[in-house]
Design a protein around this ligand. Structure first.
Ligand code: ADP
Ligand code: MG
Length: 392
């Protein structure tokens, strides 16, 4: 998605106040009635309506008059709220070029006041699943619609918490810098996704390192679930950095073994195809494989015995067991091929109950990486591609 941050420069305090009012209204309205936006924003002399027209012109909100005169945030509007909050907080000062388009995210470079370049990941849950959903309209007609903004926020929170905890335990992941709404700020990884690499100096070493990471993760109680050449970055010294954590699950998940084996299989498959590792002579009679040095594949059962837990670190980062359970529920629905969606044409937002409607002066009340203030009940998502990008 195009992110024209120029518009950000020209938005006034009132613009942000009204944009935030729409966001707040969306906690219990799919489409927020214009009067409610006006009431929350509290601008004098009908100012809200003029501002709404400006926000609409800049595609920060979407107007819907099918049932009543109302508005909802677009992803761009949500982006702007997160960016504004993080800029106000001094996390970064400018947004640069787009460096990645993930399945369910957009990644941009951002720069701090002193010129340090960081990576900003904007989560867009529901983007891909929604495409798939479109072709299944009839089937889905009677199903509830889903709150993509809520899910994107949950994904960002999870990613941030896991990145922090993993970094703390010495795993090669980007440094988690900050998080707000659906946006995660992290260090910029120097290097390329492994999928772009045609040749390696030491393919065996890289392969061992990567397999070792999957095993060590499981020993810490976690499975990546999307561990493949797209989510492994490698630099010129063939140093590995793992990215992309929203779909991680605990080794106690009931499908843990399947996820673990799939992660391992992805790596085997990729290295066999791309770097011709483990050629036929290493395939054993019974169909199991050795890694070329006579070692057999890591088995889930043997690593699970040693499994420790990162739960404490995750809780400290604001991502609690409750959120973990919720997120795992979504992943599970994915794995089981459940789908979800609505007939709407764009980003879809569903009702989430709200505690209080309050707005602060700079229009950025949104809690960061903790979801304490939001009510649960966020529905499931369905990215059919989640965890299945194992290329072969
Ligand atoms: P998704 O969850 O949508 O797959 P990823 O986190 O995998 O998103 O990011 C998509 C792409 O963006 C990656 O393949 C990579 O090229 C780039 N990218 C993501 N994070 C970083 C980072 N910290 N530094 C540099 N590039 C990154
Ligand atoms: Mg990815």
């Amino acid at each position: 998605m195009k992110l024209d941050v120029n518009a950000l420069r020209y938005l006034t305090k009132d613009d942000f106040r009204v944009l935030t009012a729409v966001e707040m209204g969306m906690r219990n309205h799919e489409i927020v009635p214009a009067e409610l936006v006006d009431r929350i924003a509290g601008l004098k002399h009908g100012g809200t309506y003029k501002v709404l027209r400006n926000l609409l012109k800049n595609k920060l909100v979407h107007h819907d008059a099918t049932k009543y005169d109302g508005y909802r945030l677009t992803y761009l509007g949500y982006d702007f709220l997160a960016i504004k909050t993080l800029v106000n907080r001094g996390v970064f000062a400018s947004v640069g070029r787009q460096i990645g388009v993930g399945k369910e995210s957009d990644i941009f470079e951002v720069a701090t006041e002193d010129g340090t370049v960081l990576a900003m990941k904007l989560h867009r849950l529901g983007r891909t699943s929604f495409r798939a959903v479109k072709s299944k309209r009839d089937y889905l007609r009677h199903r509830r619609s889903f709150n993509w903004l809520y899910l994107s926020r949950l994904a960002a929170l999870k990613e941030f918490a896991f990145m922090k905890a993993l970094g703390h335990h010495g795993f090669p992941v980007p440094t988690a810098v900050d998080c707000n709404r659906h946006c995660v700020i992290m260090s910029l990884v120097q290097g390329y996704p492994l999928v772009q690499v045609k040749e390696l100096q030491n393919p065996d070493d890289v392969f061992d390192t990567i397999l070792g990471l999957i095993v060590r993760l499981a020993e810490h109680g976690l499975i990546h679930c999307d561990f493949n050449e797209f989510n492994i970055m490698i630099d010129d010294d063939e140093k590995i950095t793992v990215i992309d954590f929203p779909q991680m699950v605990s080794v106690s998940h009931r499908n843990a073994q399947m996820f673990f084996d799939r992660d391992i299989e992805c790596i085997y498959k990729f290295f066999r195809k791309r770097f011709n590792l483990m050629s036929e002579k290493n395939e054993e009679q019974d169909g199991s494989e050795s890694d070329g040095e006579g070692n057999s594949r890591p088995s889930f059962m043997s690593v699970k015995k040693a499994a420790g837990s990162l739960d404490k670190d995750l809780a400290a980062s604001g991502y609690t067991r409750k959120e973990q359970v919720e997120m795992e529920k979504y992943i599970e629905e994915d794995a089981e091929g459940h789908d979800s969606g609505s007939d709407d044409d764009d980003e879809i937002v569903d009702a989430v109950p709200i505690g209080s409607l309050k707005i602060d002066q700079d229009g950025s009340d949104e809690p960061d990486c903790n979801l304490d203030s939001r009510n649960s009940g966020g529905p499931g998502t369905s990215s059919e591609e989640h965890g299945t990008s194992c290329s072969g």
